[in-house]
Design a protein around this ligand. Structure first.
Ligand code: AMP
Length: 192
């Protein structure tokens, strides 16, 4: 099994690259942001709980997020592995993920981070906001809040995997294809 964490700040291109990687490696894409948006659109109890946190650019509490992720992982019956996109976003989530995979006698193959500087991601998210219809993409103060949350809560996740030699970084600026080549360069070296 290949289990990859595609890591990086909001707006670093994780969703776009995950879609290409999923096709290339035959993996299953799990984006917790997409799962929350689906729940919200369908007005489920989970979506209703998540909505206020998402609107403010805050993280949805770990308990809710981990429960949703666990259900999703366990619902996939046949796969070569997962690409986790937007998860884990806290060390508690990373520990829960490690534990969940351990129960299946599996483990994270590697975390690959997209490195993009702050001003570039603010501009990218504002541009995406024009078409994404996402309220959290349309307000600069909320975008900056998401970046602050990323710095304080989420960057320790890459340290968590760095300690066990599983954290890698590629430059996230360039054309879609250039970035994809950089990612597959790292991933191929992990799965060979
Ligand atoms: P994203 O689409 O990954 O940018 O996520 C959009 C929003 O969904 C985030 O700003 C959070 O409010 C929420 N969210 C997504 N993934 C997580 C996660 N792993 N933990 C907590 N909140 C999350």
């Amino acid at each position: 099994m290949i289990h990859l964490i595609l890591f990086g700040p909001p707006g670093s291109g994780k969703g776009t690259q995950a879609a290409k990687l999923v096709e290339h490696y035959g993996l299953t894409h799990i984006s917790t942001g997409d799962l929350f948006r689906y729940e919200m659109e369908n007005n489920t109890p989970l979506g209703i709980k998540a909505k206020a946190f998402m609107a403010e650019g805050q993280l949805v509490p770990d308990e809710i997020t981990i429960g949703m992720l666990r259900n999703k992982v366990n619902s996939v019956k046949e796969t070569r592995g997962f690409i986790f996109d937007g998860f884990p976003r806290t060390v508690a989530q990373a520990e829960a993920l490690d534990h969940l995979l351990e129960e299946r006698d599996e483990e994270i193959t590697g975390l690959v981070a997209l490195d993009v500087h702050e001003e570039e991601i603010v501009q990218r998210i504002l541009l995406r906001g024009k078409t994404s219809g996402r309220p959290d993409d349309n307000d600069e103060s909320i975008i900056r809040n998401r970046i602050e949350v990323y710095k304080s809560e989420t960057t320790p996740v890459s340290d968590h995997y760095r300690r066990i030699g599983k954290s890698h970084t590629v430059q996230g600026i360039g054309s879609l294809d250039e970035i994809f080549q950089r990612l597959t360069g790292v991933i191929d070296s992990l799965i060979d």
